[in-house]
Design a protein around this ligand. Sequence first.
Ligand SMILES: [Zn+2]
Length: 429
Amino acid sequence: MTRTYLVKNVRILGGDPTDLLLRDGVIERIGTGLSADEADVLDADGLVALPGLVDLHTHLREPGREDAETVETGTLAAALGGFTAVHAMANTDPVADTAGVVEQVWRLGREAGHCDVFPIGAVTVGLGGERLAELGAMADSAARVRVFSDDGKCVSDAVLMRRALEYVKAFDGVIAQHAQEPRLTEDAQMNEGELSGRLGLRGWPAVAEEAIIARDCLLAAHVDSRLHVCHVSTAGSVEIVRWAKSKGWNVTAEACPHHLLLTDELAATYDPIYKVNPPLRSSADVEALRAGLADGTIDVVATDHAPHPHEDKDCEWQAAAFGMLGLETALSIVQQTMVDTGLLDWAGVAERMSAKPAEIGRLSGHGRPLAVGEPANVVLYDPSVTRVVDQTELASLSRNTPYAGRELPGRVVATFLRGKPTVLDGKPA
Ligand SMILES: [Zn+2]
């Protein structure tokens, strides 16, 4: 039996204070002055209620790299960040390219119970980019896969990409592309520009991302299928997605919190904590991403949470792995870059971090509005406090956060998954 929770004086999407009664997995009542005899009462004065966040892009690392993250630790990190559902990327070992592996990840998520785990299936066998994986079998499996991606690698072969886009139409799937032209980014280390030349690090040109996005938008239109663009990082990419949308094509895109805040100037520290794929870009790119997210060109914020053990990050820049943690800081970074700047209100955040990602992933029980009768997937968030990120306190098994020692706004106070708290008072429930 799940307990009943009465949340008092909470501001739904930042609106006027009201009460929220969560019972039997759903939002049973909303209104002022509610009471319920047997309920646990939470004083939520000053807190904002958002629908449970949904991440389209999480690396949980299990199976294969349990030294970096497990489904247990990664989903706990997700819950602490306000997420009630994550999509787990396919670049595990073994690769999630069969019904067996995606069902294993899905089952591990159910056992952990911190948030729902929706496995992403690989597009090609072993992420090899040579032949299509068993997309249909993964879609038909218990994991009900709808999102397919070779993330970490680009499906660079245009014929394969076309076939994948055509294939997933049968079950309303989507191809989520990691847009990186491989020949233009061989041994690339950071954003290509004046700074990469000065630092002596191989540059990663914006065109390597933009050329693939343009090609894939055209391919998706050509076969009338759904394309999702992972981690858009350049102003040019935003322009291309805006153009594709203006044509009415079925293209969606995500931006990551780190690309909304950090710039390539940080590479000058040679600290690999700032090494990420796609790389941190210029401040003009950051501005374009924020504007694109504000006007809806970029549909969602996705974390690209990419845990790496100490030894893979604590080395020279060239040798270090790409990637940063993201789940436990995403909402704070979005508050700092989008809400506190006046670019988005809390309803806009809920749209981009819950409703839209759930829609793209074709999830029925997530991304729903906070309304009577809806599943009680709820985050209570305090935007008025600040905190200094201490990487030793993160729930993730890895420590590679670029925000260690930084003061960030906001704190997740509680997360409810179908009425059951996964986080209370900022701690695992
Ligand atoms: Zn990627």
